[in-house]
Ligand binder design. Structure first.
Ligand code: SIN
Length: 291
């Protein structure tokens, strides 16, 4: 008798009432049929943060899956790119035998959306947990749809046509001065980084929902507004959006692959004890100009 080979169905379960879902029953190291890919894509759009559990992926498989969502970005910190596979950015406290850092050790330890300082910021990022500490090193996510929806009508009207100015250099140099361990930016790297100006409220190109699009990591002024007034407005929006009611805290499990939507979510990496290794690998899918 011919018995069809059963492939396990994809199960998607919410992780919190705010955002986040986990997908179980898919092995991304194997060829992915279109129907399963579409189910993953749908779950990602619905949850804004999709956790694909227990993915034993090579860097090549990580890149291949990420490319199903679009072309990938190459990060400006080229010293932390995976050797021979520049689409992968290493976030890690591991060191090379000569003592050089293998990855961006304290990347993202502040609220931000990835690379909002470019003209066409990435639609999403896929972070793979290769090695995680037994405690700490969680990633907190913030639902910027909900943050926008909860704004008073007067604030929605005030920011409706305002644009925020985003910069990597301003934020990087500020954090380096504050003692972060992240190396320096070379003149060559700085040349590739100009400010980007984006609407403070963007409409998600796939879901059609409005989301607040400013972040403490990279948004440092409001176009056409005085410095003090702009900063006061941004601070108010940052404090509003990072309230507990908009947050989901992801406690990593080994081999999680977490795919977050930069168009409607901010995130914040948390610290861990330096005696433990936290070694993560990230791909970043290009997106379009926020409108
Ligand atoms: C990031 O991509 O911002 C880092 C997130 C993390 O390491 O948890």
């Amino acid at each position: 008798m011919n018995v069809p080979i059963a492939t396990p169905p994809l199960t998607v379960r919410p992780l919190s009432p705010v955002m986040g879902a986990e997908a179980i029953g898919v092995d991304l190291s194997r060829p992915l049929d279109e129907a399963t890919f579409q189910a993953i894509h749908r779950a990602f759009l619905d949850a804004s943060v999709l956790v694909l559990r227990d993915q034993r992926l090579t860097p090549e498989q990580h890149v291949a899956f990420s490319k199903r969502f679009g072309p990938l970005s190459i990060h400006v910190k080229d010293e932390f790119l995976y050797p021979g596979i520049p689409e992968i950015l290493i976030l890690s406290n591991r060191k090379h035998p000569d003592g050089r850092p293998m990855g961006f050790e304290d990347a993202g330890r502040y609220w931000h959306t990835d690379m909002s300082y470019v003209e066409e910021p990435p639609l999403g990022s896929l972070l793979h947990a290769v090695e995680i500490p037994p405690v700490g090193g969680d990633t907190i996510f913030c639902n910027m749809y909900l943050a926008y929806d909860a704004l008073p009508d007067a604030m929605k009207a005030r920011i409706a046509s305002l644009r925020g100015v985003h910069s990597f250099v301003a934020s990087f140099e500020g954090k380096t001065k504050a003692g972060a361990s992240r190396g320096t930016l070379t003149d060559e790297q700085k040349k590739k980084l100009t400010d980007a100006v984006h609407p403070m409220v963007r409409t998600h190109p796939e879901t059609g929902r409005k989301a607040l699009y400013v972040n403490p990591g990279f948004t440092y002024k409001v176009e056409g507004m005085g410095e003090a007034e702009g900063l006061a407005l941004l601070e108010e929006l940052f404090a509003h959006s990072t309230q507990d009611r908009f947050l989901y805290r992801h406690v990593w499990q080994p081999h999680d692959l977490v795919f977050w939507d930069n168009r409607c979510a901010m995130h914040h990496a948390t610290t861990y004890e330096p005696r433990y290794i936290r070694h993560m690998q990230r791909t970043t899918v290009k997106g379009d100009r926020p409108v």
